[in-house]
Design a protein around this ligand. Structure first.
Ligand code: ADP
Ligand code: MG
Length: 286
């Protein structure tokens, strides 16, 4: 791989606080009417680490992401990015502080090429004049068109999009569009990235292509990654640790092997059969 030229792809706040977790969530809870969607959940993720979140439908996984990214306010608890408490910071401010999130329906322009899509994303980020950004004295991110081109090339290489560079977004499969969406997230140089079921709605072959991309987000950009995923082979292969949720609460947390063999996880989520676990390939990292 070519050495990245110019400034690093990422300048997340974590770089200034090497001892702190990139993301620390402490005792967050959220109630919707009578339903406790998230109940006293805590987690911490370091730069370069991948935390997988599993649990049955309705366990509170997506709500947990909404609380972390600020789209939903917490009833209790705190969200801290690289030592900075962002519990009261709105989503845009959290994004400027390095929090990136992928959405299942990538909001991309169908009539742009992959290359131009990434450029627009880099550009949009440059030209945003957000009062939060100003208030936090964040530096201007990009200086020149040349720099945008260089960073576009770096992202295309990092995410393996070379073959799609000149294709229009409308020509791409759902799986490839999701990787372009990821390139747009990476353009913002996140220090923390949240993925909510990246494999949903895409073909098995494309799911297999996602694993190395997700791993590179952590290993090459040094981002802390939290991934929600139902695909056990995918999440077991990328995650350093797993956290299991059920009915809003943490059931257990630890190595992939520990979590996938935990009796409550097997009972509440994986079912009584051991087949799922065996197929997942998560049985040998303890
Ligand atoms: N905006 C909302 N209003 C009311 N209830 C919600 C809302 N969002 C989620 N819920 C409820 O919270 C619980 C957790 O949902 P969710 O976080 O989407 O679970 P998961 O992503 O694990 O499937 C569910 O019972 C769901 O119906
Ligand atoms: Mg969900």
């Amino acid at each position: 791989m070519r050495e990245p030229s110019g400034a690093p792809l990422r300048d997340g706040a974590a770089d200034n606080n090497p001892g702190l977790p990139a993301l620390e969530v402490t005792g967050v809870s959220k109630r919707f009417g009578g339903i406790v969607a998230v109940d006293d959940v805590s987690l911490a993720v370091a730069s370069g680490e991948i935390l997988g979140v599993i649990g049955p439908n309705g366990a509170g996984k997506t709500t947990l992401f909404d609380l972390i990214s600020g789209f939903v306010g917490v009833d209790a608890g705190s969200v801290v990015l690289a030592g900075r408490d962002v519990t009261d910071v709105p989503p845009a401010g959290r994004a400027h502080l390095g929090l990136g999130r992928s959405f299942q329906d990538a909001r991309l322009f169908p009539g742009l090429t992959v290359e131009d899509t990434i450029k627009v994303s880099l550009d949009r980020w440059t030209t945003v004049r957000d009062p939060v950004l100003a208030a936090l004295h964040m530096p201007a991110v990009f200086d020149s068109e040349a720099e945008v081109s260089t960073r576009t090339d770096e992202l295309i290489e990092l995410l393996g999009l070379e073959a799609f560079r000149s294709k229009f977004v409308r020509e791409l499969s759902t799986g490839s569009r999701r990787i372009v969406d990821l390139a747009c997230i990476m353009a913002h140089r996140p220090s923390v990235v949240l993925f909510d079921e990246p494999s949903s709605g895409i073909a098995q072959r494309e799911t297999e292509a996602l694993a190395p991309v997700i791993t590179r987000v952590a290993s090459e950009l040094g981002a802390a990654v939290v991934i929600i995923e139902h695909d056990m082979p995918l999440i077991s292969s990328v995650a350093d640790r797993l956290l299991a949720l059920d009915q809003g609460r943490v059931v257990t947390e630890g190595t992939v092997d520990h979590v996938l063999h935990h009796p409550l996880v097997v009972a509440s989520y994986l079912g009584t059969t051991q087949e799922v676990i065996q197929r997942s390939g998560g049985g040998s990292d303890d």
